[in-house]
Design a protein around this ligand. Structure first.
Ligand code: NAI
Length: 506
């Protein structure tokens, strides 16, 4: 199909619909924008006009011919070569009614793309006269800025429609990924632990929420921490997505909503939009932040030994200008003479590590990049005050801000990221999307610093599996069960979760 010749009909002129209409106009289409609320239509047109003034002033001249508004699809000419993009409220009955009306009006040749974020495409299409003409086209907010579009066929969708809608997204300057119609598609499914595990850590008092945010940014390399992001999106919106995915997965504990967030929603602390969420805001600036006591520092002893092979521990010492003696061995750790051992977390507590090593143990979190890390979480076994002081000194010498947290298995970044990687592995196991699309969707849809599969390549599937298995042993909670895809990769000694690395023996 020659794309710009297609007529686009966007139904719903709210946040998403007006963004979609703007993108379609910019790509050269004539657009009909439908909303039953006339005020909303007027606001949408004025917002589109002012955004185009900045971004595509040439379009303004012809805007009144190119953009028609109407209270109903029946007021638009019934051109069969129409792509309907539906962006009305997230309600199955309303979507059914709106889509059937569009099918009746434009005829069976029209294509119907729904922007639902949490309903099943198969459910939305079921019962319509032409379920084969319906597909998911999931945009991200703000639509003109966010590059990702998830294209989601339902069980009855005509396979030819997948390619047509992909091409349409490309012609709109977007990057499409394809996902099977399953709860949360790619992004809203794989991203759940980013929020859920951070909430669990806060509920367990491992660290205050703002400290978790700092660590996720400063050590994990994420642009925003989970709590600032939940406040930005709205705790009500974020909780609803979590609850919908959890319900759709038959209440799987992996996706369980958090009581901490529930309480905030009940109290009307929805985030930035109500002036308070996890944080309290004044003039748009978060003013609540805990200020932990600075960690006491002790002198760093000489004669540090680096046992085993760990580029990250080596980088840390190098950043601090320390040359440790390298001693071969199976499990990497630093030995600080007379004080104890330091390890990167592998999913068990420092207390348990100390009972194995028979010396005090301090654990550090696993960052995205030891060369770039700004702050790092650590925890210590009960008798590790002197060792912790030396580790604090060692971190400060490397320009890294040490942050003590509770002795929770997996600490902060290693635990949250391993859970995200596990979800990505499970998506591959169930054939939800291709490996390339999983990483593309997560990088573009969430701005993660690395796609989860690329992150697994960096840390190794064996590391992630061992961390998850340790969490599972510790909590005896099926929330932490590892994906069979991950376990199978490790069993086959694979260094990547991508199928090309697994297929030789599959
Ligand atoms: P919104 O509430 O801003 O806009 C919905 C619009 O639909 C309203 O203007 C309303 O008047 C209109 N509407 C309701 N019933 C209608 C009907 N029968 N006929 C015509 N217009 C009708 O909602 P928003 O945020 O734009 O979401 C729309 C859809 O996009 C939902 O399915 C949502 O799940 C999905 N979505 C939302 C995202 C977001 O960040 N807001 C992201 C991705 C998807």
């Amino acid at each position: 199909m020659t794309n710009s010749a297609l007529r686009i009909c966007v139904i719903g002129a709210g946040t998403m619909g007006q963004g979609i209409a703007q993108v379609a106009l910019t790509a050269g289409h004539n657009v009909g924008l439908v909303d039953l609320d006339p005020d909303q239509l007027a606001t949408a047109v004025s917002d589109i006009r002012s955004r185009l003034t900045r971004r595509a002033p040439g379009l303004l001249q012809h805007l009144s011919e190119r953009l028609l508004t109407a209270p109903s699809v029946r007021d638009l000419s019934a051109e069969p070569n129409t792509v309907v993009v539906e962006a009305v409220v997230e309600n199955l009955a309303i979507k059914h009614a709106v889509l059937q009306e569009a099918l009746d009006h434009f005829g069976p040749l029209c294509r119907i793309a729904t922007n639902t974020s949490s309903l099943s495409i198969t459910d939305i299409a079921a019962g319509l006269t032409r379920p084969d003409r319906v597909i998911g086209m999931h945009f991200f907010n703000p639509v003109p800025v966010m590059q990702l579009v998830e294209v989601v066929p339902g069980v009855q969708t005509d396979p030819a429609l997948v390619d047509e809608i992909r091409q349409l997204a490309v012609s709109w300057g977007k990057t499409p990924t394809v996902a099977r119609s399953t709860p949360g598609f790619i992004v809203n499914r794989i991203a759940r632990p980013f929020y859920g595990e951070a909430l669990r850590l806060a509920e367990e008092n491992v660290a205050p929420f703002d400290v978790i945010d700092r660590l996720i940014r400063g050590a994990g390399g994420f642009r925003m921490g989970p709590f600032e992001l939940m406040d930005l999106v709205g705790n009500d919106v974020n909780e609803t997505v979590t609850r919908t995915v959890w319900t759709a997965f038959n209440f799987d504990p992996r996706f369980a909503p958090s009581l901490l967030q529930r309480e905030l929603v009940a109290a009307g602390r929805l985030g930035r939009k109500t002036g308070a969420g996890f944080y309290v805001y004044a003039d748009g600036v978060a003013i609540t932040a805990s200020s932990p006591e600075p960690e006491p520092t002790r002198p760093v002893p000489g004669g540090i030994e680096l046992h085993g092979d760990s580029a990250e521990l080596e980088q840390w010492l190098l950043r601090g200008g320390i040359t440790g003696e390298l001693i071969p061995g199976p499990h990497p750790y630093l030995s600080l003479p007379g004080l104890g051992n330091v390890r990167i977390t592998r999913g068990v507590s420092a207390q348990e590590e100390a009972s194995i090593d028979k010396v005090p143990v301090v654990l550090i979190d696993r960052p995205l990049d030891m060369n770039a890390v700004a702050c790092l979480a650590f925890s210590g076994s009960e008798d590790s005050a002197d060792l912790a002081g030396a580790v604090t000194g060692l971190l400060r010498r490397a320009g890294i801000d040490p942050i003590r947290v509770g002795d929770a298995p997996g600490l902060i970044v290693a635990r949250v990221v391993s859970m995200i990687i596990n979800e990505a592995a499970e998506a591959l196991h169930l054939g939800i999307a291709s490996a390339a699309d999983v990483d593309t969707a997560m990088e573009l849809g969430t701005n993660y610093p690395l796609g989860p599969l690329a992150w697994a390549d960096r840390w190794s599937p064996a590391y992630v599996l061992s961390l998850l298995d340790s969490l599972h042993d510790e909590y005896r909670d099926s929330r932490y069960r590892a994906s069979q895809w991950l376990r199978s990769a490790v069993r086959r000694d694979r260094r990547s979760l991508r199928p090309s690395h697994l297929s030789a023996e599959k």
